[in-house]
Design a protein around this ligand. Structure first.
Ligand code: ATP
Ligand code: MG
Length: 295
């Protein structure tokens, strides 16, 4: 017989049933862990989610509520097949992508949308109840949330061959741990990104050469034409050149929509390539001064 873990144990929330203590303490209800809402949308082409509605009454203090990009989140229109989030380190791209992933029903660690042996992904409000995803009438058949820092764990799970692990044939048959970081990610993209799927990718360029980034761009453009939706956080001028994508840049002032040539990632890379020596002198000059001071 299955037993509930002791209250306070870290397994408590993983229990098959959760005891809800209502605001009126004399009422104790037992409800299934299954989300009460079902995703009644029909499978169909994207876009599947077009943005967020913010509830000021539920808005909190501190991280992540105080990030300028988070405060401007209603400006994001995710109505194109590809939306790109650019911006400096720390501008809030991953935070927004994670909120979107959780709102769609992805596991926060990343991975496939529908995980075998688990409950179907059901969209929901996130950050307490502060952000409500704006959904369209169609839902994706599949999807993937790539977090660079957890790709290794996801690849290990795919390779594990355990009961709930997906069939390796879905990933091109070669175990991912027998491939390099970039090769395994391209195998995942080439084999899993397609059709009516929702793909949230956080810096997918991390493992890729220039040729690899172009190969990924081709996969994304093909899948987007076939009804997929992509939201991608990236610093890569190559991925930022994705045809027909809407590009947002996040910064201390919030969210803006500059043209490709005016994005920091493009402008600064172009300037660097035009005169690497000058930029290196400027960057290393600071380091040399610091060395002098230490001596
Ligand atoms: N768990 C956390 N608690 C407090 N602050 C956090 C937390 N996670 C991130 N931050 C802060 O929120 C800001 C945005 O972080 P985020 O990871 O979203 O940036 P990013 O745009 O993805 O940056 P990068 O390009 O480096 O990946 C950063 O200043 C970061 O320090
Ligand atoms: Mg990030």
């Amino acid at each position: 017989m299955s037993r509930l873990p002791a209250i306070g144990s870290r397994h408590w929330f993983a229990a098959p049933f959760r005891v809800c203590l209502s605001a009126r303490p004399w009422i104790v209800a037992t409800v299934p862990r299954v989300a009460k809402r079902r995703d009644v949308r029909r499978f169909g082409p994207g876009p599947f989610v077009t943005g967020f509605k913010r509830d000021p009454a539920e808005w909190g203090d501190g991280f992540p509520f105080d990030l300028p990009a988070m405060l401007a989140i209603e400006q994001l229109r995710l109505d194109r097949p590809v939306t790109l989030l650019a911006g400096e380190n720390g501008s809030g791209k991953s935070t927004i992508l994670k909120a979107l992933a959780e709102a769609i029903g992805f596991h926060v660690e990343g991975g496939e949308l529908e995980r075998s042996g688990e409950l179907p992904a059901v969209p929901r409000k996130v950050l307490g109840e502060a952000l409500d995803p704006l959904l369209t009438r169609s839902k994706p058949r599949n999807g993937y949330y790539l977090r660079a820092e957890s790709f290794f764990n996801v690849a290990q799970f795919i390779d594990s061959g355990t009961t709930y692990a997906p069939d390796l044939s879905l990933y091109g048959d070669v175990p991912l741990h027998q491939q390099s970081h970039g090769e395994s990610f391209l195998a995942l993209a080439a084999n899993r990104f397609g059709g009516v799927g929702l793909y949230l990718l956080d810096e997918p360029e991390a493992a890729l050469s220039v040729t690899g980034a172009l190969a990924l761009l081709a996969v994304i453009a093909r899948a987007a034409r076939a009804g997929g939706q992509f939201v991608i956080a990236t610093h890569s001028p190559i991925l930022l050149a994705c045809p027909e994508a809407r590009i947002y840049e996040l910064d201390d002032d919030g969210i803006s929509e500059p043209p490709y040539d005016e994005l920091d990632a493009v402008r600064l890379t172009r300037n660097f390539l035009q005169s690497p020596d000058r930029h290196l002198r400027a960057a290393l000059g600071g380091a040399d001064d610091a060395d002098h001071e230490r001596q």
